[in-house]
Design a protein around this ligand. Structure first.
Ligand SMILES: [Fe+2]
Ligand SMILES: [Fe+2]
Length: 153
């Protein structure tokens, strides 16, 4: 969970999670390249290892976001926060640096990815809105049901 004062181990868990996640996507990409190069055996080795890296990443995530502290609203909130960070801070900064360094290809890619992150944030926000109104309706039903029960006694 997000704490104001993070310990070194909290930070290390984030780094370890990032590393295992990267290994997962990198090996899937390598599998794709190995296939393109005609080596199916090595492609399979990368795919199998990628799956293990996913399991490693999930183990770190369970410590970062303990399952018993999560609910659906919280999941959406964390996801929105991450996508907005990418949209508003990370990609604009990366784009600026890429332009300064004359790497237009990277600058264009960062702008495109920022747009995608914004889109993801808005999809999650819409889902959160739907979820909240649903939760309210359910609470209303529960309250009515409780009232009806109380009236029986
Ligand atoms: Fe690993
Ligand atoms: Fe995203």
């Amino acid at each position: 969970m997000k704490k104001t004062n993070q310990t070194q181990t909290d930070k290390n868990l984030q780094t370890a999670f990032a590393g295992e996640s990267m290994a997962n996507r990198k090996y899937l990409y390598f599998a794709k390249q190995a296939k393109r190069l005609g080596n199916l055996e090595i492609a399979k080795l990368f795919e199998d290892t990628a799956n293990q890296e996913t399991a490693h990443a999930f183990s770190h995530l369970e410590l970062i976001y303990p399952p018993n502290e999560l609910n659906v609203a919280k999941l959406l909130e964390i996801a929105i926060e991450g996508e907005l960070y990418e949209t508003n801070q990370m990609y604009p900064g990366f784009e600026k640096t890429a332009k300064l360094e004359g790497n237009l290809e990277a600058a264009i890619e960062f702008v495109e990815q920022a747009k995608e992150s914004k889109e993801h944030a808005s999809i999650f926000a819409q889902a959160a809105k739907r979820f909240n109104s649903l939760a309210k309706v359910e609470k209303l039903h529960a309250d009515r049901y409780q009232k009806a029960l109380n009236n029986l006694h």
